[in-house]
Design a protein around this ligand. Sequence first.
Ligand code: LER
Ligand code: MN
Length: 271
Amino acid sequence: MKKVISLSPTKSGFGPLLYSGDLSLGLKRAGELGYDGVELSLRDAKELDSKALQHQLSLYNLRVYGIATGQTYYNDGFSLFAEEGEKRLKALERMKGHVDLAAQLGAAVIIGGIRGKIESLVDYDEIFSHGKEMIGEVCRYALDKKVMILLEPINRYETNIINTLAEGMNIIRELGYANLRLLADTFHMNLEEVSYGQVLLEVGPCLGYVHFADSNRLAPGWGHTDFQGIYQTLCEIGFDGPVGIEVLPKPGDDEAAKQGIKFLNHLLKNN
Ligand code: LER
Ligand code: MN
């Protein structure tokens, strides 16, 4: 498993990101602490200087494993499941930019917060099917570029579109794209799943990436999630992908980043 930390070059209103607004510092710390790589939460791929990024990655011996895309919705209001077609297309355009960047970096692209929310319950099914088409468009575009797309179920308090891993897996099966996988986030699982172990066994074949955050969104070990059990199930299903520390910068960025790597090192060494 690869040890990954979630960073953002822009100061973001979206909470669980470390060194938000200072990517250079985040990359430096990730390298010093011994992370294998980073996940970047981006608003617009065009805003990133990819040459400077590649230089820093090689300096600190890091890779980008994932590009998170929710800021397109949280900051700009464009979502793949927006009621208005124009907003859906804007979100799709951003996703294509993220896929282009991911192709250069060898990263996967996450469909999490960029799904947005469906406001109209009367037209829910129709809007949902438009959104599903958008996911298909992203996958088709990414397939040519050999980029993996990750569908991340998110808890009911943040979205009403795909809350559980089973819902995510059903969509993946229905759409049938070879490059579409699931991202399991332990924070959302704590709120939505009956059991960590059982659902991970069920969705194992579709799983491409994991986010580790404790029950309270703090670094793992600072809440009451059973990471030992989760890790054992991940080993059982043969998961060998990225495990991203996606946590609140509390009590501070450095403290959370240190706890994340300390926890992962301990878990991986003692099992
Ligand atoms: C993003 O990875 C995430 O976990 C969500 O909470 C986004 O809203
Ligand atoms: Mn997540």
